[in-house]
Write a protein that binds this ligand. Structure first.
Ligand code: NAP
Ligand code: F7E
Length: 337
């Protein structure tokens, strides 16, 4: 019989790649989605549109315990991947309260509902390198102390501790992934990598003439989301639940990303990038670089994408997307005339 997995946040970047990966492994895939998303599928389901006939969607919100309980009391799962969250760090500074509410209570609701209805379901928590924040050592590993620098980072530390506590207190199989930044053509447009790749395409195709960014010196360990969802799945296949860092081990600055992305379309980034204080954060995470030795040794996990391949793929995908959108617009105008 095929295994059943529940993915919260299935409409997000990672949720869509994970759903694809689990379907390919023969899983029956279920997803929690907000009712607003069900009401506006064209816009909200764009990342999972190609999977919609193969997956099962359930309306529920991270703000509502009853909505989550309703799902877990009616359908039994082997594995639950809890990916849903307010995941944009900058937004967490604007509205720390709702980020905390969604990310901390939402995680607690899922854990509590599973404990109540199906304590044998294996649980994955989407922890983040943002938990390391003002880093004490480089590279960061599973033993590096947390020093979060944003309400988002704090909410993830709380989710991490909740997950560990459910494992220790109730003997549930609860795993914490500590994932460093991972990107790809399905990344939200507000994150710096996609902001760069999409604006590079707009500049190249003459739609805009500049790219306004904040801190160009920030350094991140950027991988590809399709590689990272493989690690999530592997973490739930082990004999014992544990914590794992998932990272490439390389670090690059926002400036490096710009340089490569503009280079890809034959442009010089210095002519187009402007620094705008508006995009600086009240407290920055200056440097992230992960040590994924444990994931390599115990899970046999290795990233397939290099940094250069990631940047190239994102720029080319955005060039193609914008070219197609422009052609559609031109055709529409032609029909009107
Ligand atoms: P994402 O693209 O922003 O997706 C977030 C998902 O959460 C979306 O499906 C969203 O649904 C859902 N969601 C948000 N608020 C919700 C609510 N109140 N109720 C129900 N669903 C809600 O994020 P991602 O990049 O895929 O990341 C997945 C997870 O990994 C997140 O927890 C993130 O914090 C964590 N993480 C990400 C990275 C990274 O680099 N990508 C690194 C470490 C950890 P809608 O579509 O309805 O908005
Ligand atoms: O920022 C700098 C910014 O928003 C990266 C989330 O998935 O990864 C992500 O969080 C860096 C920061 O991602 C702009 O100051 C400069 O130093 O792409 P980002 P993030 O904050 O690292 C972690 C691991 C997660 O868990 C999160 O969910 O880029 N930066 N200029 C900028 N960032 C943005 N967004 N926009 C700028 O204009």
């Amino acid at each position: 019989m095929s295994k059943k997995a529940l993915i919260t946040g299935i409409t997000g970047q990672d949720g869509s790649y994970l759903a694809e990966h689990l379907l390919a492994l023969g899983y029956e895939v279920h997803g929690l989605v907000r009712r607003v998303a069900l009401e506006d599928p064209e816009r909200r389901f764009n990342r999972i549109a190609h999977l919609i006939e193969s997956i099962h969607l359930h309306p529920a919100s991270l703000e509502s315990y009853p909505s989550i309980f309703h799902v877990t009391s009616r359908c039994e799962f082997d594995e639950c991947y809890h990916l849903a969250a307010q995941s944009f760090v900058a937004e967490s500074f604007s509205d720390g309260f709702s980020t905390m509410n969604t990310n901390i209570n939402g995680t607690h609701y899922i854990l509590a509902a599973l404990r109540e209805t199906q304590p044998r379901c294996r649980f994955y928590f989407a922890g983040s390198s943002e938990m390391f924040g003002k880093v004490e050592e480089s590279p960061q590993n599973e033993r590096t102390r947390f020093h979060p620098r944003s309400p988002y980072g704090i909410s993830k530390v709380a989710g991490f501790e909740l997950t560990r506590n459910y494992r220790e207190a109730y003997s549930m199989y609860c795993v914490n992934g500590i994932l460093f930044n991972h990107e790809g053509p399905r990344r939200g447009f507000e994150f710096v990598t996609r902001k760069i790749s999409s604006t590079v395409a707009r500049i190249k195709l003459g739609v805009t003439s500049e790219l306004r960014l904040g801190n160009l010196d920030a350094r991140r360990d950027w991988g590809h989301a399709s590689d990272y969802v493989r690690a999530m799945h592997l973490m739930l296949q082990q004999d014992e639940p544990d914590e794992y860092v998932v990272a490439t081990g390389e670090t690059h600055s926002v400036r490096d990303f710009c340089e490569l992305a503009f280079d890809e379309v034959g442009l010089d980034w210095k002519e187009y990038v402007r620094v705008d204080e508006k995009y600086y954060r009240p407290a920055e995470v200056d440097l992230l670089m992960g040590d994924a030795r444990k994931a390599r040794e115990r899970l046999g996990w290795h990233p397939r994408y290099t940094f250069t391949e990631l940047v190239k793929e994102m720029v080319h995908a955005d060039m193609e997307l914008l070219t197609k959108a422009t052609e559609r617009k031109d055709r529409g105008r032609g029909q009107e005339q």
